[in-house]
Design a protein around this ligand. Structure first.
Ligand SMILES: Cc1cc2nc3c(=O)[nH]c(=O)nc-3n(C[C@H](O)[C@H](O)[C@H](O)COP(=O)(O)O)c2cc1C
Length: 228
């Protein structure tokens, strides 16, 4: 039996509304490999359709860690808004962190529990893998972070853990997206304000849960433009 595999396409030239391409095809027959190069022509419109299909095949993974389940619940709601994303998956179930590098984009949910701490602010599974994240090669990958906190009780440390995770992903070379204006929030201090914005999406299921739907859906729309 003859097996055929398309190895790739290369651009040959452009004539008016047509584009000439070479298709490289490997066939195996009786254990003998053959490489065949075929010239073919596509109109510009079909080329755009192919590019669109290739673009749609990008993968985005949603990961979270949680102590009382709120960050997991938000991860699931976000997945409902971004149904082409994979997951959500608890980061403590990821055995090999290189899984993150296998995606084109990664969305991470992190709560803050260690109030006022300089490091390991989350108090969840994220804390023990921060340095490993920093050592990944995530150049060319897009990463967005959402954080869970309580802006009323912990107003001096609102969603502090987001910034720590953000820093290690930046160290890995990721391109950070999904920043949020701080103007719609009431809080005193947050380490997650980087420059003039939050370095992700802060959510407050303790004191402002009535605002979560609108914040989350607005952020999902923003990510569709910045990440997908
Ligand atoms: C002991 C304790 C400490 C907390 N520390 C903070 C904090 O420093 N900053 C903050 O924004 N929220 C803080 N929170 C609120 C939690 O982050 C919030 O309830 C969050 O939704 C929990 O998410 P989870 O259920 O996914 O673990 C704290 C809550 C408790 C009970």
């Amino acid at each position: 039996m003859k097996e055929k595999t398309i190895l790739g396409l290369s651009f040959l030239g452009r004539r008016a509304t047509n584009i000439d391409l070479f298709m490289y095809q490997k066939s195996i027959f009786n254990r003998q490999e053959n490489l065949k190069k075929t010239k073919f022509t596509l109109n510009v419109q079909s080329c755009f359709k192919i590019l669109l299909i290739l673009n749609c095949s990008m993968t985005v993974g949603i990961y979270f860690a949680t102590t009382t389940g709120k960050t997991e619940d938000i991860a699931e709601r976000l997945h409902g808004l971004l149904d082409s994303a994979e997951g959500p998956k608890d980061i403590s179930d990821v055995d090999d962190l290189s899984e993150l590098a296998g995606h084109d984009g990664v969305i991470c949910g992190i709560p803050t529990w260690n109030t006022g701490a300089d490091s390991e602010r989350s108090g969840t599974a994220w804390d023990s893998i921060l340095e490993d994240i920093g050592e990944l090669d995530l150049s060319g990958k897009k990463v967005a972070i959402f954080g869970l906190g309580d802006s009323s009780t912990y107003t001096e440390n609102y969603c502090d853990a987001m910034e720590e995770l953000h820093r290690y992903f930046q160290q890995a070379g990721a391109s950070m997206v999904g920043y949020t204006a701080k103007t719609d929030y009431t809080f005193d201090e947050s380490k997650s304000v980087v420059g003039e914005e939050f370095c992700g999406l802060p959510l407050d299921e303790d004191s402002e849960s009535d605002m979560t739907d609108e914040r989350l859906s607005g952020w999902a729309e923003k990510l569709k433009g910045e990440m997908f």
